[in-house]
Ligand binder design. Structure first.
Ligand code: SAH
Ligand code: SF4
Ligand code: F3S
Length: 477
């Protein structure tokens, strides 16, 4: 998110090249792992699972790929430029491999799943290709490479949720963490590669989600973000014979309440909500718990009903507006952000105007905006011609971005003069004299340090002014 600041964004191939940063464990055999993640927050979360699996197998980690024995790159396929970025990065690893022929180079994640063994032909330095459901097999695959083979496991699973694996928190501020509550996606949005790279949707055991939240809280964390491609379709049926609630089905609203009950001091966020599935029950649950943040990421993609149908989003313009109306009615203070695609197949100028008018209607707090990028194998690639010229896509994108800038500023200005409850996350990026944190609606707030308060504590901040991305204020009693 163009903005590492908005950490709830789960689809952000602009986050790139973040290496993990953690202390090695004692039981290390001493081999060093370097892992770099691209793409959405799901991938970053998966890298924490991968690190956990390898630490259990005696690895240490390093932040410098030049001293690594194993280099992993966890990849994203969502748009062509996301893949290009990974290929460019792999080129940079070539010299490390030349210096150390024993170096194991692995490609993980969505690109691995999309390209499978073809990756080994295309990029000669790659030794191992592993899809998102095969990470338990990594130690075994590394052994194979050590024996002089190339190794591939891209099997997708209908069950794997890594529920029993305790993620190693990487690059963590010790205050906010992500909890994966489901994997895969059963929607078939025609532009989207995710159902092919991540497989069928499955929900994780609700008890393991709550336990992870509780463990994080006990370790001092004060904010969790529940992650899934479509959190509103979370559905977990307790196995028969587990307890007296056997066979009971838990939906997303119920899971949200269970996590919120961990502690009123634990903020709960979630991403992503699908407009076709977000229920009033979820909205009422949000309004019932003070600690469930009043912020919803509700990707619209297009404001035109005809384009939405081609996109196979299964809602139309009116339905989307009705969902926004329901949010405003049930949670009047709720922040709303979105994703927009410009120049989807056959999109006309009038239809593009409908996207702009939808933006005017909602006045989003924040948006992630993209020019359509055709992905091989998707329904749109098979059915429709990618016929909007690149310069038109880009011009429409610029119009959407400009409009969003106005709206972001408008929303932030509305907070000026008001007191915000802020969870202190740490020092501001720009100055060690200032703290930063977010308000309920996920807007970044910067304010001078007050020695009485530490990161991880809540403070009330009077917003005195704003830039287009940040509120600036001071702590008030
Ligand atoms: N599961 C979420 C988001 C999925 S991917 C949802 O359903 O909303 C994140 C965002 O990337 C999408 O919301 C969409 O705006 C964008 N995106 C996905 N595929 C794309 C493509 N082929 N070209 C351009 N943008 C794309
Ligand atoms: Fe892709 Fe649609 Fe699934 Fe989101 S809901 S991951 S856009 S297929
Ligand atoms: Fe995420 Fe990119 Fe895969 S957005 S699910 S890492 S294709």
């Amino acid at each position: 998110m163009i903005e590492l600041q908005h950490t709830t964004k789960i689809h952000d191939e602009s986050r790139q090249g973040e290496a993990l940063d953690m202390l090695p464990t004692g039981k290390s055999k001493g081999r060093k792992l370097y892992i770099e993640s691209y793409g959405c927050q799901m991938n970053f979360s998966d890298s924490e699972i991968v690190a956990s699996i390898l630490l259990d197998n005696g690895f240490e980690t390093t932040k410098d790929y030049k001293e690594a024995d194993v280099v992993f790159i966890n990849t994203c396929s969502i748009r062509e430029n996301a893949e290009q970025r990974v290929r460019n990065r792999l080129k940079e690893f070539e010299s490390a491999k030349a210096k150390n022929p024993g170096l194991v180079v692995g490609v993980l994640g969505c690109m691995a799943e999309r390209l499978k063994s073809k990756f080994l032909e295309e990029e000669k330095l790659v030794d191992v290709v592993v899809g998102p459901d095969a990470y338990r097999d990594l130690p075994n695959l590394i052994d194979k490479v050590d024996d002089g083979n190339k190794a591939v496991n891209v099997l997708l699973s209908r069950e794997e949720t890594y529920a029993d694996i305790s993620p190693v928190r990487l690059n963590s501020n010790g205050i906010s963490a992500f909890i994966s509550i489901m994997r895969g996606c059963d929607n078939m949005c025609s532009f989207c590669v995710v159902p092919f790279t991540r497989g069928r949707e499955r929900s994780r055991d609700c008890h393991s989600v709550v336990k992870e939240a509780q463990d994080l809280f006990n370790a001092g964390y004060r904010e969790v973000t529940l992650l899934g491609q479509n959190v509103d379709s979370y559905k977990y049926t307790k196995p028969v014979a587990e307890d007296e609630t056997q066979g009971q089905m838990i939906n997303f609203a119920q899971l949200l309440a269970m996590v919120a009950e961990v502690s009123p001091e634990l903020r709960v966020r979630f991403s992503t909500s699908h407009p076709k599935d977000i229920t009033d029950e979820v909205l009422y649950t949000m309004s019932r718990y003070e600690n469930i943040c009043k912020y919803i990421h509700l990707p619209v993609q297009s404001g035109s009903s005809r384009v939405l149908e081609l996109m196979n989003r299964t809602y139309d313009r009116q339905w989307y507006m009705d969902r926004v109306n329901a949010i405003r009615r049930i949670i009047p203070t709720c922040g709303i952000s979105t994703d927009v695609i410009t120049g989807f197949c056959t999109e006309t100028e009038e239809e593009h105007q409908e996207t702009l008018s939808m933006m005017d209607y909602v006045k989003y707090d924040f948006a992630y905006m993209f020019a359509y990028s055709e992905r091989p194998g998707t329904l749109a690639a098979k059915r429709y011609e990618d016929d909007v010229p690149e310069d038109v896509k880009k011009r429409r994108l610029t119009e959407v971005v400009n409009k969003q800038q106005e709206h972001s500023l408008y929303r932030l200005q509305n907070f000026v003069g008001k007191v915000q409850k802020v969870l202190i996350e740490g020092f501001s990026k720009r100055s060690d004299q200032d703290y930063c944190g977010r308000n309920d609606q996920n807007s970044m707030v910067v304010f001078p340090i007050d020695e009485r308060f530490k990161p991880g504590q809540y403070v009330h901040v009077l917003a005195e002014r704003c830039t287009s991305a940040t509120l600036i204020g001071r702590i008030v009693e």
